[in-house]
Write a new protein. Structure first.
Lengths: 444, 329
């Protein structure tokens, strides 16, 4: 409005505090589960009654995900998005899953212990092998992620069959969680130009908000064109020069824009074949806006996280000792940036599990911890070493079989950390973040 | 952010005069050293000085110098320089350790000792501009609100905890503060510098608005004295103490001749534990004694609705730190 009125570009500048208050965060949830299970550990029923705090208006779904990953004949899920006087909630890295998995995986972890089953065995026994237990995946490697992870992590050695049995005072424990996350195909656009000097320029509308999309797009173009990376430059995010993009979100950049880059490269090669290489000031242009669809199948990335923590039972401190993330994100385009994505998501998950909180004064709804100091985000010194293993696959879709990465890496992290804390101290921590005051309160 | 003018001070006397003049003109003035706390307060509109009197331009106030019976530390010394000073590390380890736990390297590079001691509380109600005692109001929102990090000793009517790490160490070292102001100089024991909210809930110490904490004087380190600072943090960097303990022990073989124990993060001032100090004097520091000391340390604690965890936490810190320090070779 202001830009239109003024006839000039307008810059919106927010302080970090305003960013916390005015731009959305993840929706907080309250989740109540009931689970029915046979003595032999076969799931019979899951019931969820959930509430999602959406703030003063509804921006996104407020869904609670996770239970859909279990194979179960009777599932009832009732979730109420609730309007509150707090800041608005919206889609944030793996929108409905990190908090949903924390809920359902805490519950299933409890169920497994009750049955005296290893949680890994319980998951393997009950997880769905099809999307929503119906539609086949384009490929399926979740079981392999879990088995491989358990082996490399040395799960049997680190996990205590009796939670809280480590004598302490510094008690160790191990936890696990898993995930499947959408890797949907969809519309995207790209354009590649070739000039007479042999320079290729890729135009994509998508912004690179840090995950390295610029490099990845150049790598995909290099592969598709069969020319060295040094001959390719990428122009991104410029709405004046680049084709339309919905933006970098939904873990869609590599799989959707990447596909458009491949098809733009094919179109350019066609041009070269027809017209020959450009001379003088001439350029050749190939562009594509593919909109591939999947019929009768679901594409998903898979993963399993294994975490060992130690909890100082006297001082209430939790430290992550070992963290292993095993992921099938299809074909990995750029191992360095892909690994960083997983590490970043896992670190964010640890923060959500153990640190970050936006507290309000209950009497007046004013936020108290807006900002990086108050919200207690992890620092570099808090982030543990995170080991990443990729199980590469090619399901025949997406650019060379690439699937989603960015959001999926946070999805199982919170649950895995929380379950490790339970294994260490034998107390189920039902409120995030699992901070010192809550741990000492539970152990008192 | 409100604009202000900057006046560079040549010396302490001139700095005081500049502030006095500004006040006489009916304007607000603040002294500024590193500015890491003050500028944040200005940006959050919690203070609105018209004039900042810059103390950084005063020469010679950033040194550790030997003095009769100890060392003098200029108030402008940065926390980073202080924590690396060899004399401080050797004879007053508790202060070096406290200084190196403060915030982040960036803040330690500009933040000064005097500024760290004088920083305002980090209570989220105060920092978010609630009209509390510290912001000129007449209530403490933490009481009946979110008080996870608030006082379990000495609270009321304000329940803030004193935010400074070095202040805890300085009280344990029985430092003296040299204060320069309009009526000249005064020398105060560190313990008398800090003031409970009963005395004045708006402030944390007795420093007047036209006074400067110019220098910290440490008494000579007694032989066979060892000291340490243990800080419980919410994350590995950039937090104030949830709870901390500064302990100074004078040891003769494995017997404790004398002890000074001061807690941080539990009270509106550095919280000294004279009873615990008395029970340690002349004793071997055994597991049992350390456990009893920890129990005694927390006698009389009055936790609020959400900070009862500080009681077992502080016990653990006192017990472990005491044992660890006493058993060091």
């Amino acid at each position: 409005m202001l830009a239109k009125e003024a006839g000039a570009p307008v810059k919106l500048e927010l302080s970090r505090k305003e960013d916390f208050i005015g731009v959305h965060g993840r929706w907080p949830t309250v989740q109540y589960y009931k689970v029915g299970v046979n003595r032999d550990g076969v799931l019979k029923a899951i019931q969820l009654r959930g509430y999602s705090g959406m703030g003063p208006y509804r921006k996104n779904s407020g869904a609670i995900g996770g239970m859909d990953l279990y194979q179960c004949p009777n599932i009832e899920r009732v979730v109420f998005p609730v309007y509150t006087n707090k800041t608005v909630s919206g889609n944030f890295r793996g929108p409905e899953y990190p908090q949903g998995f924390y809920g359902i995986e805490s519950m299933m972890d409890d169920v497994a212990y009750k049955l005296k089953m290893d949680p890994v065995d319980f998951i393997l026994k009950n997880m769905t092998r099809k999307a929503n237990d119906e539609v086949p995946y384009t490929n399926y490697s979740l079981e392999e992620c879990i088995r491989r992870g358990a082996e490399v992590f040395e799960w049997k050695k680190r996990w205590h069959p009796q939670p809280g049995s480590d004598p302490g005072p510094i008690k160790r424990g191990a936890g696990v969680s898993f995930m499947a996350f959408r890797s949907a195909l969809g519309r995207s656009s790209a354009e590649i130009r070739l000039d007479a000097k042999g320079q290729y320029t890729v135009f994509v509308g998508v912004t690179d908000v840090g995950p390295g999309a610029k490099t990845t797009m150049a790598m995909i173009a290099s592969e598709a064109l069969g020319v060295p990376l040094s001959k390719i430059q990428v122009v991104w995010g410029d709405t004046d020069r680049c084709p339309y993009s919905v933006g970098e979100s939904g873990s869609r950049t590599t799989i959707q824009t990447g596909q458009a880059v491949i098809e733009a490269a094919e179109a350019l090669k066609q041009q070269i074949a027809e017209k020959g290489l450009p001379k003088g000031t001439n350029t050749l242009k190939g562009s594509a806006s593919p909109n591939p669809v999947l019929e009768g199948k679901v594409r998903a990335a898979f993963g399993a996280h294994f975490v060992e923590v130690e909890v100082d039972a006297e001082l209430g401190r939790v430290r992550v000792l070992k963290y292993l993330a095993v992921h099938d994100s299809g074909r990995i385009m750029n191992p360095l940036t892909a690994t960083s994505q997983i590490k970043g998501g896992a670190t964010m998950g640890i923060g959500m599990a153990l640190h970050e909180d936006l507290l309000y004064d209950r009497r007046n709804g004013q936020p108290l911890t807006a900002g990086f100091y108050g919200a207690r985000l992890l620092t570099h010194r808090d982030a543990p070493e995170i080991e990443v293993i990729f199980i590469e696959s090619d399901d025949g879709y997406g650019p060379y079989g690439a699937k989603s990465i960015g959001e999926s890496s946070k999805v199982p992290a919170v649950a895995a950390v929380a379950n490790a804390v339970f294994n260490a101290i034998g107390r189920r921590m039902k409120d995030l973040p699992i901070t010192r005051d809550k741990i000492l309160g539970a152990l008192a | 952010m409100k604009t202000f003018t900057n006046s560079n001070a040549r010396d302490l006397q001139q700095a005081v005069t500049l502030v006095q003049q500004t006040h006489r003109d009916g304007k607000a003035a603040s002294f500024v050293g590193g500015g890491s706390d003050l500028l944040g307060l200005v940006k959050e509109r919690l203070v609105a000085p018209d004039v900042l009197v810059n103390l950084k331009t005063i020469k010679g106030l950033d040194q550790v110098t030997p003095a009769a019976g100890g060392v003098n530390i200029g108030g402008l010394i940065t926390l980073d320089t202080l924590s690396h000073n060899p004399v401080i590390r050797r004879d007053y380890a508790v202060l070096a350790e406290a200084a190196e736990t403060v915030a982040t390297p960036q803040i330690r590079n500009v933040g000064t000792l005097a500024g760290n001691v004088n920083q305002r509380p980090w209570c989220w109600y105060f920092r978010n501009g609630f009209p509390c005692f510290k912001n000129g109001g007449n209530t403490c929102f933490s009481f009946g609100g979110e008080n996870q990090f608030h006082a379990i000793f000495g609270g009321g009517p304000s329940y803030i905890v004193h935010p400074s790490d070095t202040a805890v160490a300085l009280v344990a070292l029985e430092a003296k503060f040299r204060i320069v102001g309009p009526s000249g100089e005064r020398l105060l024991p560190a313990a008398d510098f800090f003031a409970l909210p009963q005395q004045n809930p708006a402030r944390e110490n007795v420093l007047g608005p036209e006074e400067i904490l110019a220098e910290v004087q440490l008494p000579s380190a007694r032989p066979a004295t060892r000291s340490t600072y243990h800080k419980i943090m919410d994350r590995e960097a950039w937090t104030h103490a949830v709870v901390s303990a500064a302990i100074v022990l004078e040891m003769e073989k494995d017997v404790c001749r004398s002890a000074r124990i001061v807690l941080g993060g539990v009270a509106p001032i550095p919280w000294r534990l004279p009873e615990v100090e008395r029970m340690l004097a002349g004793q071997r520091v055994t597991e049992a004694l350390a456990a009893r000391a920890a129990e005694t340390a927390l006698e009389g604690a009055k936790p609020l609705a959400k900070n009862a965890y500080k009681v077992p936490l502080t016990k653990g810190v006192v017990r472990r730190t005491l044992l660890d320090l006493a058993s060091r070779a």
